[in-house]
Write a protein that binds this ligand. Structure first.
Ligand code: PEP
Ligand code: MN
Length: 339
């Protein structure tokens, strides 16, 4: 980090900072300019940097402290210039192939999940989604089938060969979801730090949704929690944030997604279903996300959206999903990728 002294700083202020740095184990390099003095500090333990920087910024006549490395070191592009691909079944998210995860919001019955799985497989999806633990805004809404639902997901995997993606809401559920191929951490749990650490201790890929009131920086630091616990198989997912706009369910932040791409080497996908909340608006934004550089998509597809127990209005029918996949192939090709 670099400590920028205020222009009024006296020799004793500079010395105070320099002495303190040495006490903390840093090497300090003082560079005296005409206007200001800068103190470069190198070589202290990683974990304490943020609190040390904060303390130093309150020292007399310290103007500000500039960190040199990002606070999300492991997931930052600085630490790895190339995208780190995350394999799910036959697709490597972050490679040249665009992966599309599709399926219903929630597993509702054997018939429903098998029908959905077969349809999305036929259309070219690379994985099946289906919630068995559902984080619903109202406690009176359908909460998911739990372990029974997971058994049905496993059945659907056996029937189609598609890997299964399902949401984990708390640390106890990790064990119950041992059969899942990908653990999804939902928008409402993006800052559930115990959960982030716990999924970081598994060897499963983690789909990390961006919280709907989280900045890109918050999202990157959430990913860092998972990485710091030992798991770098993280797929980031932009799913829309809350803004003043009420015409769509959320506001899909493709700008934030593009900005995050510059900051992290992790693959990033988009979820146009939850962002738009209306199946009529999902295809356009799915195409836009791929044009904007997304590595993949997660899309809600239900065999009978009008009967869905959750998120019916935003769910595509199998026929609509099939058409979207055809259009996606063209856009993927235009941006030098394939589906
Ligand atoms: C979901 O994927 O069904 C879901 C609840 O998503 P989110 O966490 O983005 O709201
Ligand atoms: Mn949903």
């Amino acid at each position: 980090m670099i400590i920028v002294m205020a222009s009024e700083a006296q020799e004793e202020d500079i010395q105070r900072v320099s002495d303190k740095l040495q006490e903390w184990g840093y090497d300090s390099h003082i560079s005296r300019g005409v206007e200001r003095t800068l103190i470069g500090a190198v070589g202290a333990p990683e974990g304490e940097k943020e609190s040390i920087a904060e303390q130093l910024s309150r020292f007399p006549n310290v103007d500000h402290v500039v960190p040199i490395l990002k606070p999300y070191k492991l997931v930052s592009r600085e630490s790895r210039p190339e995208t780190t691909p995350v394999r799910v079944g036959e697709v490597e998210f972050g490679g040249s192939r665009i992966g599309v995860i599709a399926g219903p919001c929630a597993v509702e019955s054997e018939e429903q999940i098998l029908e959905a799985a077969r349809a999305v497989k036929e259309a070219g999806a690379c994985a099946l989604r289906g919630g068995v633990y559902k984080p619903r805004t109202s406690p009176y809404s359908f909460q998911g089938l739990g372990p029974e639902g997971l058994k049905l997901m496993v059945l659907a995997r056996e029937a189609t060969g598609l890997p299964i993606v399902t949401e984990v809401m708390n640390t106890q559920q990790i064990e119950l979801l041992a059969d899942a191929d990908v653990l999804q951490v939902g928008a409402r749990n993006m800052q559930h730090y115990d959960l982030l650490r716990a999924v970081g201790q598994t060897d499963k890929p983690v789909l990390l949704k961006r919280g709907f009131a989280a900045t890109v920086q918050d999202w990157l630091r959430a990913a860092e929690y998972i990485a710091a616990s030992g798991n770098l198989r993280i797929i980031m997912c932009e799913r829309g944030m809350r803004t003043f706009e009420t015409q769509t369910r959320f506001t899909l932040d493709l700008g934030g997604m593009a900005a995050a791409r510059l900051e992290t080497h992790l693959p990033i996908i988009a979820d146009p279903s939850h962002a738009m909340g209306d199946h009529k608006l999902v295809p356009q934004m799915a195409l836009a996300a791929i044009a904007a550089g997304a590595d993949g998509l997660i899309i809600e597809v239900h065999p009978h959206p009008d009967q869905a127990l959750s998120d019916g209005p935003q769910s595509l029918t199998p026929a609509r999903f099939q058409r979207l996949m055809t259009d996606l192939r063209a856009v993927a090709k235009a941006v030098g990728r394939e589906l």
